[in-house]
Design a protein around this ligand. Structure first.
Ligand code: ADP
Length: 455
């Protein structure tokens, strides 16, 4: 048990976690970098401690400074949020060595899931459907690699076992390209992730991104909380998320969800997590597990009525989940638009001072944001400044509410992607539902071609 929670993150998630912590009657400690001094969410913290200069490696990634801040303030637990140290097993080791609680799974689970080959092996063992390809790293000799690729059939994708952030991956369309591609990917794997292991799997041409949220306690209860569709992506970054995934057979989702919960029981997973899948031609293919709370968790909260972050903290306290799988019923439809401080054409970040704001409101509208008028968005971090989330009785009502909310939402003084999101909410393909992961990139290319033709 702990009565004080340190939040090792910034921005909207630092605020979101504080809301949950305060709801549980906990004291909160926020750590911040010099670039975040004066951020509004620090005002509601019971204590705020500067842990270093702006660059994340000197502050939000500084394990020793964060653990020291926890010890100094009497925080018994650390919530990592997402990004930064949230999937760093050494961070968990250090926290536990200091006698503190990490709000998340064990270092062992993080290590298994962080190694994509080990993760794939664990998922196959648990009966979770995976992308066709071996569950082991590739041997060094090219003749063996070629034999494996021939068996899978082209196109294939080579991936770094230790990869992440969309790096260390290469699509190979024919046997002639294989040797050079394997050498390059292995070299990148070593350089970026300090692990030369690479593996191979079938490259799916036009999949959707569909994921399953899980939540598990330390007493053997593992629940799955429905699905999300996050296919609207630019450069592998999610732009719009929704729950449930439109047009997919619910009995298939249930089957996959149950297998995910089962996998959690098998690996002894504790906390919130997400199984990410590619979905193509009616089949699910596991690609990776995120062992933390995700940016898009609110759409699941809206359709299930479950406060994921609160339960995540309670589970870390050692409390049992009092829900059972049959209590989890999803209702209606939820959509989230990520609002970024960026140019909607060039996508260049547009940090600066917010000079005024008009906030969307109304039935079924939720805004998760840490910004307010007068706030200066630092240039050093992610450009996401808000998450606009809506809920409706069905997808149509959610779309109507999102259009109205985006039309009402104004952030003055900086450039945002609000108008882009508004266009997407009226796009025929998105409105129809079920677009694949390339849809938004193609849409953006077509838009550039059109504005070029108009000029
Ligand atoms: P990372 O951990 O770097 O994000 P992922 O394994 O999650 O890597 O893959 C990132 C993205 O790469 C996926 O969302 C998908 O767009 C693409 N991708 C990965 N594996 C495949 C595959 N087998 N077929 C097609 N696309 C893939």
């Amino acid at each position: 048990m702990f009565d004080t929670l340190l939040i090792a993150n910034r921005g909207e998630i630092a605020l979101r976690i504080q809301r949950a912590a305060k709801g549980l009657g906990l004291r909160t400690v926020c750590v911040y970098s010099q670039a975040d001094a004066g951020a509004p969410y620090l005002e509601i913290a019971d204590e705020a401690i500067c842990i270093g200069p702006a660059p994340a490696r000197n502050s939000y990634l500084n394990v020793d400074a964060i653990v020291l801040a926890a010890l100094q303030t009497g925080a018994g637990a650390i919530h990592p949020g997402y990004g930064f140290l949230s999937e760093n097993a050494e961070f968990v080791d250090t926290i536990q060595a200091a006698g503190l609680t990490f709000v998340g799974p064990s270092a062992k689970c993080i290590r298994t899931m962080g190694d994509k080959v080990a993760a794939k092996r664990a998922m196959i063992a648990a009966g979770v459907p995976c992308v066709p390809g071996p569950d082991s790293a590739l041997p060094a000799d090219i003749a063996s690699i070629k034999a494996v690729a021939d068996e899978i059939g082209y196109p294939v994708i080579l991936k770094a076992a230790g990869g992440g952030g969309g790096r260390g991956m290469r699509v190979v369309r024919s046997g002639d390209e294989l040797a050079a591609a394997a050498a390059l990917t292995r070299e990148e794997a070593q350089r970026f992730f300090n692990n030369p292991d690479i593996y191979i799997e079938k490259f799916l041409q036009n999949p959707r991104h569909v994921e399953i949220q899980v939540l598990c306690d330390a007493h053997g209860t593992a629940l799955w909380l429905g699905d999300r569709d996050c296919s609207m992506q630019r450069r592998h970054q999610k732009v719009i998320e929704e729950a449930p995934a439109p047009g997919i057979d619910r009995s298939l989702i249930t089957e996959v969800g149950e297998r995910c919960a089962n996998a959690c029981r098998q690996i002894g997973y504790v906390g919130a997590g997400t199984f990410e899948f590619l979905y193509e031609d009616g089949e699910f293919y596991f690609i990776e597990m995120n062992t933390r709370v995700q940016v898009e968790h609110p759409v699941t909260e809206m359709v299930t009525g479950i406060d994921i972050v609160t339960l995540q903290i309670q589970v870390a306290m050692g409390l049992p989940l009092t829900l059972s799988q049959s209590d989890i019923v999803t209702h209606g439809h939820s959509i989230e638009c990520r609002i970024n401080a960026e140019d909607p054409y060039s996508f260049l970040p547009s940090p600066g001072t917010v000079t005024g704001m008009v906030l969307p409101a109304g039935e079924g509208v939720r805004l998760d944001t840490h910004i307010r008028s007068g706030y200066t968005i630092p240039s050093q971090y992610d450009s996401m400044i808000a998450k606009l989330i809506v809920h409706g009785e069905d997808r149509q009502e959610a779309l109507v509410r999102m259009r109205a909310a985006l039309a009402a939402f104004e952030v003055q003084g900086i450039v945002t992607n609000i108008a882009l999101q508004a266009d997407l909410m009226r796009d025929g393909g998105f409105v129809a539902g079920g677009v694949n992961i390339h849809y938004l990139e193609h849409w953006l290319t077509a838009r550039s071609a059109q504005s070029g033709a108009a000029a």
